[in-house]
Design a protein around this ligand. Structure first.
Ligand code: NAD
Length: 353
């Protein structure tokens, strides 16, 4: 077997830790370096995972000829510049979601990918959950027929990380649209087979975050008054093939389910489906019977955040396509950007991809 691909993780904070079990389990890759602007966090991460090449300047790993893969785990606004620099330095790049908070940046990342001939993948971990994989296989057999409508939401009751990387637009690019909208929208479009979006009408507003004492149930500190993103958004999307989608996202909502409520409903001419229940619904008009069946799922062999790293390393090693192509992330971001543009314009806006 050839020697493993050498990985450098840039930004070794919260999410980077969820990638480590995947890199450790991969037969194709090993983490040999880490970079972070925070020396305390960097040293603690290095000690925990036995990584000794630690850099406070990301250029030191970007230009290290020993590194094959860069794992980008920094706040959203740094994704595009770091990923583009890494691709230009001849590295393969796996990048946390959102790939970038604007469609324009993603287009520049795709151009850098094309110029480099390397792989670029968005870390959309929900695709790698066993339930998602099983449902995708079933849908691809034609179980739903043509999907003509979808509803999806990711709603949290007082559930947000009130740190600058999430609640300051200059670092995050936006609120729950950008943070969790990318998750549920990526999953929905992937299950739908990626129809081309052509128009969106939406709203994106801060309805509760600025009320006195507004709080996140996840932290004792109140939501900072410098919060300058939306806390709620909703959109109605039209696709070129006539299909439609309704999406809702929020970090703060008086919503009945505690914690997080993430669901996707898909409606096709032959049947419907629900994620994450892995439930498929259909009917027989001749016998007037209604059918509900639930896919039998095996236990996930690995946590999806880890599995996405395993699959990326496998794709690089085998010369396979990116498991989450950036072109698909561009569609996701074009819709979310359309929601913001529609909020400003007060009407439906077109999506030109
Ligand atoms: N897939 C998921 O479920 C999920 C969950 C949480 C966060 N994320 C994404 O992961 C990314 C990071 O979020 P997090 O929660 O890990 O944040 P975090 O603050 O815990 O970690 C980010 C780390 O990056 C470092 N950093 C910041 N700017 C840097 C720079 N220019 N160069 C090098 N290091 C830098 C910080 O010092 C910090 O250690 C975000 O894009 C976020 O959207 C994804």
């Amino acid at each position: 077997m050839t020697s493993p691909l050498r990985v450098a993780v840039i930004g070794v904070g919260g999410i980077a830790r969820t990638h480590m079990p995947g890199w450790q389990a991969s037969p194709h890759a090993e983490v040999v370096a880490g970079a972070d602007i925070n020396p305390r966090v960097l040293q603690a991460w290095g000690a925990e995972y036995g990584v000794t090449r630690l850099a406070e300047r990301i250029e030191d790993v970007l230009h290290d000829p020993d590194i094959d893969i860069i794992d980008v785990c920094v706040p959203n606004m740094h994704h595009a510049p770091i990923a583009i620099a890494a691709l230009e330095a001849g590295k393969h790049v796996i990048c946390e979601k959102p790939l970038a908070p604007t469609p324009g940046e993603i287009q520049r990342m795709i151009a850098a990918r094309d110029a480099s001939g390397k792989l670029l993948m968005t870390a959309q971990h929900f695709r790698f959950a066993g339930v998602s994989q099983a449902m995708k296989r079933e849908i691809d057999t034609g179980a739903l027929g043509e999907i003509y409508h979808a509803r999806s939401w990711m709603l949290r009751r007082n559930g947000l990380i009130p740190t600058p990387g999430f609640v300051h637009r200059s670092l995050s690019g936006g609120g729950p649209c950008i943070d969790i909208g990318v998750h549920v929208l990526d999953l929905t479009l992937w299950l739908m087979g990626h129809p081309k979006p052509v128009a969106v009408s939406g709203v994106a507003r801060a309805e509760l975050a600025h009320r006195p004492g507004a709080f996140s149930a996840w932290q004792s500190a109140p939501i900072p008054t410098t919060f300058d993103v939306e806390d709620f958004a909703s959109g109605f999307v039209r696709f070129e093939n006539g299909a439609t989608l309704v999406i809702e996202v929020s970090w703060l909502l008086h919503h009945a389910i505690e914690g997080e409520d993430m669901q996707v409903w898909l409606y096709g001419r032959e049947g419907g489906a629900h994620w994450p229940r892995a439930e498929f619904l259909s009917s027989n008009n001749d016998t007037r019977q209604l059918y509900n069946r639930t896919l039998q799922l095996k236990r996930d062999r690995m946590e999806p955040h880890a599995l996405e790293c395993v699959e990326f390393a496998r794709a690089v090693a085998e010369g396979a396509p990116s498991p989450v192509p950036p072109e698909q992330s561009l569609q996701v971001m074009a819709i979310l950007d359309g929601i913001y543009r529609s909020q400003q314009a007060g009407r439906e806006v077109s999506i030109d991809l």
